[in-house]
Write a protein that binds this ligand. Sequence first.
Ligand SMILES: Cc1ncc(COP(=O)(O)O)c(C=O)c1O
Length: 475
Amino acid sequence: MATETLIGSGRDCAPVLTGKIAPWVKRLIADPTAVAKLIDFGNSPVHVLAASEFRRNVAALLSVLQSRQVSGSLFFARKANKLPWFVQLAKEEGIGVDTASHPELQETLALGVAPDKIIVTAVGKSKELVSQAVATGCLLVIDNLDEITLAKAAAQSMGRVARVGLRFSGFRVNQRKIFSRFGLPVDEYRALLSEIGSESGLQLELLHAHLDRYDIEERAYAARQLIEVADCASMDGKKVSSIDLGGGILIRYLEKSEQWTAFQDELMSSVAGKRPTFTYMADGLGLYKVGEEVCGRADLYPAWNDVSKERFIAAILDHRGGGPALHKEISSRDLKLYFEPGRALLDNTGVTLARVTFRKRDTEGNLLIGLGMNRTNLRPFRAEFCVDPILLTATDRPKIDEGAFLVGNLCGEGDVIMRRKLQIGRMPEPGDIFCFVNTAGYLAHHLEVGTHGSPLPVNVLIDEDTLEVCDSFGN
Ligand SMILES: Cc1ncc(COP(=O)(O)O)c(C=O)c1O
């Protein structure tokens, strides 16, 4: 089908994906003066953050443990957002902090978080990181035998006992072994426990698992296998006090399940060639066609799901593997249970505002809306971030049916902010503003780089009542 016949008909647009919007965001986007002030303050793009949803998320997740009489808590996985504000909020809310690098550990300590509230899960721990964790008394989660050697050496050289956890992998679910490159083989736990004898300088406190997929059953089975390890350790006189099931607690980005289903169906149809493509360069977002067959998997976060946050944790704790519910297995042993949520605690805590800089067409006739930002400013781990941005433009702008690609300001053809051709509703003018919702978890700074001499974007913390800036970071 010729491109010209699609333009103007709206048929080349991606199906709509309406984001779930927090009350503070509704108030913000309804107030053009406040939006303009924020973008004038931070320039384009600016990441805007608010605190109340973080506190609400902490309470919601903890309530599941409390309602099932499971003791334990949360460690906020601070890798999901670089800002110190969320570490401070974690401290104020009395939860712990999960650090994934030496700089994160140093900053968390400098922000006054008590070492007994800090866990170190960093991948590839340096000697300096291990030494600081041991010297300060933070809990080190060991991923491999070389880290056991490092931790022993640090403990012995300081004459201290290192608090450690063991990260395991290779859990079995119905005869299937869950793949991971992280952690030590759970099948070899006996040999590993013997590495942590009384002479080792290590004190085993916690057994850890972080699973990559958002699978409730896998987590429940992993927890049961960790409980077996804890039982065995305690028979050997090594009392393990806690189990940690890592992060990966689902959140829900979208308002409506029907939209999510329709989007996935339409993506499949477009890759199959049954409808016009709606993605940049006909990107299948993980799907591709071989002959007449659509192969691969859509590489997308489950943007709509009905088991987000507290429901996800509840489903793990209520899981019955043919016996008592998991929460009973945990509480009857007096074990503590921890989770390390990053994304789930940051749900609804941030938006990103960006200015329109130009409108034009590419050589295929596609409408391009240029934004004062680049793709790394909102970079998902997956092929696409499946939430439509909101155009905050004056209602007198002409209505359009035609879809548009939002493009960035780097000199690369691939600098497209979203790969979907979006229904933006009206033709914006330079200076108009797009609001991207729910960007604080990973999207905003995890993969952001300064380039073309531009500094990294400014982050502003706002007062949710007055919508005024209370603090800023990065300017
Ligand atoms: C060990 C560990 N804990 C916690 C997390 C946080 O995961 P999420 O932000 O999905 O909750 C991660 C993410 O990669 C991780 O690797």
